[in-house]
Write a protein that binds this ligand. Structure first.
Ligand code: SER
Length: 467
């Protein structure tokens, strides 16, 4: 079964259960100041859960573009090193907006996985929140008790962020070990035993003071990583071996004249790039721009990280923009914005690549000198000083996590406290410097922190910086 078919079967299944199939919200949550990127399918329904909005349907399903790079749900360090974390992924989800609750959510999840997709029932482990007897009893109608595991809040109480809708959850884990011995590996971050579906029983609101208040109605919010279920159904041991990532990896292999599967370091680089281009391209297609601040800087960091891995493959010219065509071929039917914005997405990525590649090489040399010097001096602390990290940031455009990543590969850590101090000083300085007169302003060059909104609107609110 192809990934396209799997996605469609999920949507068809929930359509047959009277769900409205809705479009993915943009991965950039325009208008939501609390959230940098859409990080879960439920984001677009948060207002309904909180009683502040309504829809003309009570059940919905979709595939949602999600980004998890910063904030509460942040998987960046794992990406590409392991085989199942991504900065950008699709979350298949079904929602009850004050309609059905645990019984149906559990029964339908089980029906889809075991009747429609015929997954081996012995390979499915269920986790439930430690005090959720109701969920436990409902699951016990389908699964032997020894496949149900009670866990604490860390794993089984889902929250969207520091504030917002939340509730106990129940996860379905797939045991991919050869001899079905994976029970003890549930929630252990093991590549063979992975969470595939999370059913959240939304019933509370986390408030800013940390307290929980009951919501007026109870809701269901489920999320299944498309890349993970495709991996299971395509019988692969890595998400990257599926038909979602292989077209990208094949293109990277072709461009770098390397073969995937021959060398671990090259494989990681190919996986990282194939992941990162999806995050960057879909974010730009949804109206964000790489920049020096906020979410724009997250996009820039991810792109620069990707470029460093491309360089490891011997690719020293702009290359990531060349992968966007693969995404256009794969996703135009389900996410038409990638086709609509294709030209501009390529142009923006290529421009970013060109500008960073001007300083990448020399910054890497500089970092190499810093590390080599410390090693020659038998520096046992193995710390890249905050001053050096700041210089790499300021003069060569190295995001802190890029310096940290390269340092880690050589056994070094970064003095982040000092780095952050220097960053703050610089921000204070530029804030003070921006209090200039009109004539000074008109002669200066400014690095405006902007967000391009032209894909969605022809008129936009703006701030007059100088008058
Ligand atoms: N909101 C839950 C999650 O992101 C389920 O959709 O895991």
């Amino acid at each position: 079964m192809t990934s396209k078919q799997i996605r469609q079967e999920f949507l068809d299944f929930f359509k047959s259960k009277e769900h409205q199939i809705v479009q993915s919200a943009p991965v950039i949550p325009h208008g939501d100041k609390a959230l940098m990127f859409t990080n879960a399918g439920m984001n677009q329904f948060a207002d309904v859960f909180l009683g502040a909005g309504s829809r003309d349907y009570k059940r919905a399903a979709d595939t949602q573009k999600c980004v998890r790079v910063s904030g509460k749900h942040n998987d960046l360090e794992e990406v590409g090193v392991d085989t199942y974390h991504h900065t950008f992924f699709e979350m298949l989800g079904n929602w009850s907006l004050g309609d059905y609750y645990k019984k149906e959510a559990i029964a339908w999840a089980w029906e889809l996985l075991t009747d429609v997709w015929k997954l081996d029932k012995d390979r499915l482990f269920i986790t439930v929140f430690e005090t959720d007897d109701e969920a436990c009893e409902l699951w016990a109608k389908h699964v032997p008790l020894d496949q149900i595991i009670r866990c604490g809040a860390k794993d089984n109480f889902w929250e969207m962020g520091p504030v917002g809708p939340c509730g106990p959850c129940s996860e379905i884990h797939y045991d991919g070990t050869s001899n079905k011995s994976g029970k003890s590996l549930v929630n252990e971050d093991h590549p063979d035993v992975i969470e595939i579906w999370n059913l959240v029983f939304i019933q509370s609101n986390r408030k800013a003071d940390g307290s929980l208040e009951d919501l007026r109605a109870k809701h269901i919010d489920t999320g299944m990583g498309l890349e993970r279920i495709v991996r299971v159904l395509q019988n692969k041991s890595s998400n990257y071996d599926t038909d979602i990532f292989m077209p990208l990896i094949n293109k990277i292999a072709e461009l770098s004249e390397k073969t995937y599967g021959e060398n671990e370091a090259d494989d990681i680089a190919m996986r990282v790039i194939s992941d990162h281009v999806r995050m960057v391209a879909f974010s730009i297609a949804d109206g964000a721009l790489p920049s020096g601040d906020g979410r724009g800087y997250v996009i820039r960091r991810v792109l620069r990280r990707g470029l460093r891995f491309a360089r490891n493959l011997g690719l020293k010219d702009p290359v990531i923009y060349k992968l966007v065509g693969v995404l256009k071929n794969q996703f135009s039917d389900i996410f038409p914005e990638i086709e609509k914005q294709y030209g501009i997405v390529c142009k923006i990525i290529k421009g970013e690549e060109e500008s960073f590649l001007k300083t990448l090489e020399i910054g890497l040399e500089r970092l190499d000198v810093i590390i080599s010097k410390a090693l020659a001096n038998s520096d046992t602390n193995k710390i890249i000083s905050g001053t050096d990290a700041f210089l790499l940031y300021d003069s060569f455009g190295f995001p802190l996590d890029l310096t940290a990543l390269i340092g880690r590969e050589r056994g070094f850590s970064v003095d982040e406290t000092k780095f952050n101090e220097l960053m703050k000083e610089q921000k204070d300085r530029s804030r003070a410097a921006s209090k200039v007169t009109h004539s000074e302003a008109s002669e200066s060059k400014f690095d405006f922190v902007t967000e391009f909104t032209g894909y969605d609107e022809l008129e936009t609110e703006s701030e007059i910086l100088f008058a």
